[in-house]
Design a protein around this ligand. Structure first.
Ligand code: SF4
Length: 100
């Protein structure tokens, strides 16, 4: 009898966790593309190059592994946690040129 009670509790816990996390899974799918607006503002991010300085020539640029050499705003940057909309031709004050 004791075991059945414990199992019911476990089932209730699992059901509660499933109810709480199921909507979160949907939310993460919908809100997959994000911009870190606070850091963008602080570093004066722009979606256009500054002369020959641009994101894909910067040490902080993280190219999208699933889309190498893309021209889309689907990349990352070491200075922008959670931001996955960095365009290859963007620019900000955090620019550090890659060694040639
Ligand atoms: S630091 Fe600025 S210029 Fe360099 S990749 Fe990040 S956003 Fe682009």
């Amino acid at each position: 009898m004791e075991k059945i009670t414990t199992s019911r509790r476990q089932l209730l816990k699992m059901g509660t966790i499933a109810l709480v996390t199921a909507p979160m899974v949907g939310m993460s799918t919908v809100a997959s593309a994000k911009q870190n607006t606070a850091i963008r503002t602080a570093l004066k991010f722009q979606s256009t190059p500054n002369g020959d300085k641009q994101c894909n020539k910067c040490m902080n640029y993280i190219p999208n592994a699933a889309k190498p050499d893309n021209k889309e705003a689907v990349n990352g940057c070491k200075l922008y946690p959670g931001d996955d909309e960095i365009p290859p031709n963007g620019y900000c004050n955090g620019f550090v040129a890659k060694p040639k």
